[in-house]
Design a protein around this ligand. Structure first.
Ligand code: ADP
Ligand code: MG
Length: 663
């Protein structure tokens, strides 16, 4: 697949992904690669519509430099043939164009329109005698390309008649000599493709656009204001001058009076052209002849380069026709046409099929589902991708002509997901960092405190023993008990801190999770906080064997059950429900209580180290931080939902085995 060569190309990095060109391209010959809307050469019909709609000027037409042109004209025997729409491109000084072209070095400057005069009788002949049901005019090269590439069935309907450009070139070569070099100048990009097509190849040496010619004038320091007006060289054209206007061919061939009788249709402009071609294919048209132009007349060609609107352009061309047609000596014109009666004005059209097979419906449905449009109501048909409907877009994706990322609503959905993932990852990273630094600090403090704490406890116990022996010692006994209890509490905190700090290491073993939970429940049932609590256990897992750090998970469940019991201290209904489940492959544990619930403003703090709502001496605020760390180490998740005075439910989820070992 060629994506960069060809008559029309995308300027590197200029495309800003607006997809206007894709919307406009009748051949669906543009696909986005690395953010650039590139043209697939073999599919392109060179109509130039993409050039017209690109606001970024990202589409460029392959062009001929002034140096190349100078080189060509330096050989003498060069003729410029100019399309009649030139009057719309240089509206105030079109009569200076013949002079300017001669200044450039062309030996002769001739009207292409004379070629139109030559082919018109051939059209009349074909319309009257051909057995083909509907003849399609072949003067517009974009139409020929389109039919050859996408409607091969209609190739036989294309008139086997050359365009005015080729007709006049053949005339020039037959009268002036075969060695003459001919350069066509017009408003059309597709002419660049036509001069290379097999049946007429080599007749025209170069096809320039008006835009290119203006550049060449500039580079060659040719200023029209300094030039005198001059006329074209013979042969002069008659009604062929009207070809670039709507129905010009019909007028030239003098078929207008027969419009109804002969059933002649004139169709101009992309959408109408696509419509009529479809209708001809479906046998819905009975007309004998259809004159089709891809643009709204050649005066709307992609390289017309005119500041005037459509009607003013039309007026300018009419002005040129009126001014020049009276100067034509009809007798001379008639004899020139007569003398060329043996000129070969025929051409062939070959099939260049680029139609891709319609993909199977399942594939289209799968693509629609991939871009979040599985149902009819999901299809917005917003057109942002450049296709009229989501269905059409999905078909193009299936054909390899478009990519999913061109769908804007899909892209927004993906962006939202990516953003959410990023936010979650960022949050996890943040809390992991926080936990790690707090862990280091905690470990340091714990080790420092452990030694003096041991000394306090040792000496307090020694003193207590001594005091117990003394008669008057009983009055100090209570105080010493307080010292020892408080020191014990400190030891507890230090042990928790060390637990917290130890996170980062897992010792994996295989065990039954349900058995572990049952054992924990049994152990804590005797504790005062658990008195009156009804514990319900539900085993909904197919298999509760897991590979994890048993001691650390025990710590998690212990912390959670104790929190639940403490939350239910003041409640009349005290129920703790524990469920384990593995229906989605992971281990999922739910711990629900009927306690006081968690206030909304504390939701974000539950897993933060040292956050507690409990009385001084009761809570250390480390239980949930430790649980969070341990579950995260098991590549799991912990979350909760809660309602004040109704209760809290914690959900834990982690994989049954960890393939990676931690150290
Ligand atoms: P501590 O239990 O020492 O306060 P935790 O880290 O275990 O520290 O818990 C932090 C806080 O989270 C508790 O103080 C409490 O406010 C809240 N909490 C945790 N579990 C529950 C629960 N089951 N019901 C209500 N609140 C809870
Ligand atoms: Mg706790």
């Amino acid at each position: 697949m060629h994506l960069t060569e060809g008559i029309i190309r995308t300027r590197p990095d200029s495309c800003k992904r607006c997809y206007s060109c894709i919307r406009e391209c009748p051949a669906k010959a543009i696909r986005v690669v690395n953010g650039q809307a590139l043209i697939m050469e073999e599919r392109c019909i060179a109509c130039g519509h993409c050039v017209k709609v690109c606001s970024q000027n990202a589409k460029e037409i392959s062009s001929f430099s002034s140096a190349e042109l100078r080189n060509l004209v330096s050989e003498n025997k060069t003729v410029a043939i100019v399309a009649p729409s030139f009057a719309a491109s240089w509206p105030n000084e079109y009569w200076k164009i013949p002079t300017a072209l001669r200044t450039l070095g062309f030996e002769k400057v001739i009207e292409t329109a004379f070629g139109a005069d030559l082919i018109s009788p051939v059209y009349v002949n074909d319309i009257e005698t051909s057995e083909i049901k509907t003849i399609i005019s072949s003067s517009c090269p974009a139409v020929c390309n389109y039919i050859q590439k996408y409607y091969p069935e209609l190739v036989p309907n294309l008139a086997k008649i050359v365009s005015p450009m080729v007709a006049v070139a053949r005339y020039i070569k037959s009268t002036l000599g075969q060695d003459y070099k001919i350069v066509f100048i017009g408003p059309c990009t597709a002419k660049k493709a036509e001069i290379l097509s097999s049946s007429v190849e080599g007749i025209i040496d170069e096809a320039l656009t008006f835009v290119e010619l203006k550049h060449i004038f500039q580079e060659s320091n040719i200023s029209l204001s300094e030039l005198k007006e001059s006329r074209f060289d013979p042969p002069h054209a008659n009604m062929g001058k009207s070809y670039p206007l709507a129905g010009g061919l019909i007028k030239t061939a003098d078929l207008s009076g027969d419009v109804l009788e002969k059933k002649i249709i004139v169709v101009e402009g992309k959408s109408k052209v696509l419509e009529i071609i479809d209708e001809i294919l479906n046998n819905q048209i009975n007309a004998k002849f259809i004159d089709i132009l891809f643009c709204e007349g050649c005066i709307s060609g992609p390289a017309i380069d005119s500041s005037l609107n459509y009607y003013s352009r039309r007026e300018k061309v009419i002005e040129f026709i009126e001014e020049s047609i009276n100067e034509v000596d009809k007798k001379v014109w008639q004899s020139e046409v007569y003398n060329s009666r043996d000129l070969n004005l025929r051409r062939e059209h070959s099939v260049k099929n680029q139609r891709r097979p319609v993909p199977p419906q399942e594939e289209i449905s799968r693509i629609l589902a991939d871009i979040n449009k599985p149902n009819e109501e999901d299809k917005l048909n917003c057109g942002a991708c450049g296709y009229l409907t989501c269905e059409e877009f999905a078909i193009s994706v299936a054909k390899g002509l478009a990519e999913k990322a061109m769908c804007l609503p899909y892209l927004i959905d993906e962006l939202q997901i990516a953003y959410e993932n990023l936010a979650t990852t960022q949050e996890a990273l943040h809390s992991a960092e926080k936990l790690a630094s707090i862990g280091q600090l905690a470990a340091g403090i714990a080790h420092e405190i452990n030694n003096p704490l041991g000394t306090i406890m040792l000496y307090a116990s020694l003193i207590k023993k001594q005091v117990e022996k003394l008669e008057e010692g009983t009055q100090y006994d209570g105080d010493l008990k307080i010292i020892i209890n408080e020191a014990n509490r400190c030891k507890n905190i230090v042990a928790n801190l060390l637990n917290f700090a130890r996170q980062g290491k897992l010792t994996l073993q295989k065990f039954d999770l349900f058995d572990l939970i049952t054992a924990i429940v049994k152990k804590i049932k005797l504790l005062p906080a658990m008195q009156g609590v009804l514990v319900e256990m539900h085993h909904a897992a197919l298999d509760s064997m897991i590979e994890a750090d048993k001691d650390q998970l025990e710590q998690v469940f212990l912390n959670m059950f104790m929190n639940a019991a403490e939350a239910m201290e003041q409640c009349s209904t005290k129920k703790l429900s524990i469920t384990i489940d593995d229906s989605n492959g992971d281990m999922m544990i739910t711990v629900a209580d009927t306690g006081c619930g968690i206030a909304k403003e504390n939701y974000g703090k539950i897993f933060t180290p040292f956050f507690t709502t409990k009385k001084i001496g009761k809570g250390t605020g480390l239980g949930m931080a430790i649980a969070y760390g341990i579950i995260k180490m098991h590549k799991g998740d912990i979350r909760f939902e809660s309602e004040i005075d109704k209760g809290t439910t914690f959900h834990l989820k982690f994989p049954k085995t960890l393939t990676q070992t931690f150290n």
